[in-house]
Design a protein around this ligand. Structure first.
Ligand SMILES: [Cu+2]
Length: 138
């Protein structure tokens, strides 16, 4: 009498609950932290993004020249402080992640590469009334 052995194989599936808290480190440098909620990035900024396609000069007359500039999405725009000038800065209304350091000295530059079309206003916070705008087309 052959008894068929019934092998009940209970497979206890080891459910590996691997909780991966993967911190996404792709965001722009946080300035102040605390989820501001919805302030989308409009570009990247730095001192050495590349050769600027469009140049704006911060002059010794405490003006940006040209005061209104245009560029295209993806182009590097450079703000250069004139050699004979005092320090200035480039501070944005739309996205503070694009702000230059507080002082950009004579001969130094600050660069922004926009990823979103629009018209953006900026100021030099050192000199009241020193402002400009740039229109970015797609
Ligand atoms: Cu200034």
């Amino acid at each position: 009498m052959g008894l068929t052995g019934i092998r009940a194989t209970v497979v206890t599936a080891g459910v590996g609950l691997a909780i991966l808290l993967s911190a996404c480190g792709n965001g722009p440098p946080a300035q102040g932290g605390g989820g501001g909620g919805g302030s989308a990035s409009i570009g990247v900024a730095g001192a050495t993004l590349g050769t600027p396609v469009v140049k704006v000069i911060a002059t010794s007359a405490l003006q940006f020249s040209p005061k209104g500039a245009t560029a295209k999405v993806g182009q590097v725009v450079g703000w250069m402080v004139a050699q004979d000038s005092v320090p200035h800065n480039v501070t944005w209304d739309a996205d503070q992640a694009l702000n230059s350091p507080q002082t950009v000295g004579p001969g130094q530059t600050w660069q922004v590469k926009f990823t979103v079309a629009g018209t953006y206003i900026y100021h030099c916070t050192i000199h009241p009334g020193m402002d400009g705008q740039i229109t970015i087309s797609g």
